[in-house]
Design a protein around this ligand. Sequence first.
Ligand code: UDP
Ligand code: MG
Length: 313
Amino acid sequence: MKTFEKILSIIVPCYNEEESIPLFYAETIKQESLFHEKNVDFEFIFVNDGSRDKTVEAVKALREKDERVHLVSFSRNFGKESAIYAGFEKANGDFVVLMDADLQDPPALLPEMFENIEKGFDMVSTRRVTRKGEPPIRSFFARRFYGLMRKISSTEIVDGARDYRMMTKQVRDAILSMKEYNRFSKGIFGWVGFNNKWLEYENIQRAAGETKWSFWKLFKYSIEGIMAFSTVPLSIALVLGIIFCLFGFGFMLYFIISAAVSGTYVFDGGTIVSSIAFVGGIILVCIGVMGLYLSKVYLEVKNRPIYIVKEEF
Ligand code: UDP
Ligand code: MG
């Protein structure tokens, strides 16, 4: 068997993807000859993120045909972020590319991505320019989320950016050095820096199986993103607190002055009730925000592993 000079590791997080895996492999391997011409060989790293279907069997079936197929199988579902991290740790390649199993990340882009790496880019990222085939309400909230992120985080987080990225070993190592437990890859990729090149493509529908993201899961994911890459919500609490203190102080002055001027003091229960509710609300909001961050700090200091492996080859 011919040996190649360099290796491209293809990392594929899989959660209930038994149907997609064979399709994914068949499509991706079509690009191989172009890479062989450049003396680069493929290596597949499938990360089974606690699937409840026959994902592991599907990977084993590929392994029988192809020695370069590897598997990391988690003891339960740890989430895509953990799967990405595990894949990066396992990757031996000189270059690494991250792809979804459902063929929504078109393998046909691989050669173009690699050309840009050859040109000297450290990372090549992709973004969808359309959200065709996605429920409109989801697109709407997704756009609001990215708009908000741009305003409140100093790390660049791009609308439509996929996790479909190719990078050099150096970037991979930088990403692995970020060992935080609450991971938000879209932010991490931007945070590490390096020269990045964006490629654009139209949205593609899933090849098989179903999306693993319910609206609720996406909502939680966006909160994760905001908290991992912005501390603005913490300062919102502070700013609100200051505004309402000034407000209360103004009212006090007004009452004192009007009482002094008119010589009578009108005691209005309504004002008191509403201001108590008001202030109480602010305090609860502030405590809530602090609680959110505190829970993250709590998880972080516990220093739990990002994933637990049950089986690998
Ligand atoms: N995925 C995962 N763990 C999860 C959810 C998803 O590893 O908890 C994988 C999934 O198998 C797929 C990729 O992440 O390869 C993207 O998921 P999906 O296609 O469901 O997301 P969408 O494309 O709808 O945003
Ligand atoms: Mg998908």
